[in-house]
Design a protein around this ligand. Structure first.
Ligand SMILES: [Zn+2]
Length: 336
């Protein structure tokens, strides 16, 4: 599931690649992916809008569009965004020939004839120094890194006026894409809590938001109305950093522990962004590449492996129906 670092990584890549581009038309292959407004209104409103900026808030990706509109993308479990150069075709014949398979897999995305898919790195990769597409740039060459399996389960395709296609793929279909007037952004983002990488996120604010809560600290960290953007991976990593047991009652943390947890949250999120996100299965970045942070996690999915601090095997328990990983020696359950 993409969390703050994965969404931030995608936002940065999109910022370099699509600011200034125009969404010509949008193809929707699974209607329920569009959460707001009704599909006909969505299609009519988004047509021919310019992309002015790309932002992130919590786990939401936000595209500022012309006409005072915002497009929000929440990838939930398995959603991904991929940017295809011009020349790739979309085959929707399955929709009539085999509607059952169509509902699962969506269209076939066809590689341009003669494309060399064997090369190890993408040919076209915009850089921070050339945030917009240079005039006369050759966008016709295929990016070779997409594996065929990355291109299945396409639910929405934004056709850009320059011929590129921004695909939204989502095998599990839980992700949602919504279009809102900019003045209704708060409503669109559903009561998100403090942004942990902003100046607003202080140890005092963290202490205040934990003070009235008796739930396990792990569960509180996953609540998007408390802190926006933390999910299962980074909540486990932050608690390990601070040596706090995931079942500790949130309001039982000492000021010193809150201070360490605050530091831990910022540290694990920042490292996650630097490593391009964490991939376990579905997550891919805009160019089809998996993030590198998997090689840097300390406890998440490390059950049975030795703790890097003390050598004790990492344990797995379930907290609030979510897999939770911790070191039983470094993260002792002292006060409950
Ligand atoms: Zn340990």
């Amino acid at each position: 599931m993409p969390e703050l670092p994965e969404v931030e990584h995608t936002a940065r890549q999109l910022r370099d690649a699509i600011i200034g581009a125009t969404i010509h038309e949008t193809l929707v292959f699974w209607e329920r992916t569009i959460g707001h407004p009704e599909l006909p209104d969505f299609l009519a409103e988004i047509a021919d809008r310019d992309i002015l900026n790309v932002r992130r808030r919590g786990k939401f990706l936000i595209l500022d569009l012309s006409g005072e509109l915002i497009l929000t993308i929440h990838r939930r479990m398995t959603g991904n965004l991929l940017l295809l150069p011009p020349g790739w075709e979309i085959d929707t014949s399955l929709k009539t020939s085999d509607p059952f398979t169509w509902n699962i897999k969506g269209p076939f995305i066809q590689t341009p004839v003669g494309a060399d898919l064997s090369r190890p790195s993408p040919i076209y990769r915009p850089s921070p120094t050339t945030p917009n597409i240079p005039v006369g740039a050759d966008l016709s060459r295929p990016s070779p890194i997409y594996r065929p399996s990355d291109l299945l389960y396409c639910r929405v395709c934004f056709n850009l006026a320059d011929g590129r296609r921004l695909l939204y793929t989502d095998p599990r279909k839980f992700g949602r894409i919504e279009l809102w007037p900019r003045e209704r952004e708060q409503e669109a983002l559903k009561n998100l809590g403090t942004e942990p990488l902003s100046e607003d996120f202080t140890p005092e604010i963290l202490a205040k938001s934990l003070s009235g809560r008796k739930s396990p600290i792990k569960q509180v960290l996953l609540n998007q109305e408390v802190i926006a953007g933390l999910g299962n991976i980074y909540a486990d990593e932050a608690l390990y950093y601070a040596s706090i047991h995931p079942l500790r009652r949130a309001n039982s943390l000492t000021p010193a522990e809150v201070q360490l947890l605050h530091e831990g949250i910022i540290s694990v999120l920042t490292l996650g962004i630097e490593h391009g996100g964490t991939s376990f299965s579905e997550y891919r970045d805009l160019w089809g590449e998996a993030g590198d942070n998997y090689n840097h996690v300390r406890v998440y999915h490390q059950e049975g492996k030795p703790c890097q601090r003390c050598g004790t095997p990492i344990e797995r328990i379930v907290v609030a129906q979510r897999s939770t990983h911790f070191c039983p020696k470094c993260q002792k359950l002292t006060l409950v």
